[in-house]
Design a protein around this ligand. Sequence first.
Ligand SMILES: Cc1cc2nc3c(=O)[nH]c(=O)nc-3n(C[C@H](O)[C@H](O)[C@H](O)COP(=O)(O)O)c2cc1C
Length: 225
Amino acid sequence: MKKLVSMLMVFTLLFSFTACGNNNNAGESEKLQDSASQTEQQTTVSEQEPDSSAETSLAESNPVETETKSLVAYFSCTGNTKAVAERIAELTGADLYEIVPAEPYTDEDLNYNNNDCRANREMNDSSARPAIGSDSIDISVYDTVYIGYPIWWGTMPRIINTFLDTYDLSNKTVMPFCTSGSSGISKSVSDMKAEEPDADIRDGLRASGSSDSGINEWLSNNGLM
Ligand SMILES: Cc1cc2nc3c(=O)[nH]c(=O)nc-3n(C[C@H](O)[C@H](O)[C@H](O)COP(=O)(O)O)c2cc1C
């Protein structure tokens, strides 16, 4: 009888452990399911709505490039306009580009006392477009383009028309400047406006030497300094 009772007790104990064990498994599998569904939810949320704080910190560490770029393009045969161009580039931090004629002008070409000199022949022909020999540039990266030239017969030399025909200046700020014996710049600016109706062509500067005062005033009047 004692043997039977102790066997019964052992059997009862074994049964209750097994039941407990099963319950624990059920609890754990519920927990796993819960956490799996949470992970799934989190994945779905993060796929649908990227963390806005992460976006903000990315934008802060990679600010959008807003710096404007300027170019000083110039043509000069005897160095006067070149000196002014270099000074403007120094003052503004602009890139410098020399418009070099494919066929250089000799002294005889520039001898305007001779009616048949090359410069005079070009200026007498409004369709003349002397070729540019310097490497071409990507003008699209510039917001402001300074264009410098000597005055020839009251206006810009025809090679400047070649430059205007070659490059698209639409929606750019254009700052014409010149050197001359005595003539002003206004005729060349109105000629340029007729050629570039979509550019924002500002009042020009006739520079005497590379004197900073005139250049500084012109730049600050145009909000460029
Ligand atoms: C063909 C030719 C025509 C010129 N026509 C004029 C003119 O109409 N008015 C003027 O004031 N200077 C005139 N000049 C003088 C130049 O504009 C002046 O010397 C200028 O500063 C030269 O610039 P650069 O050294 O950059 O070539 C002329 C010069 C040349 C060669």
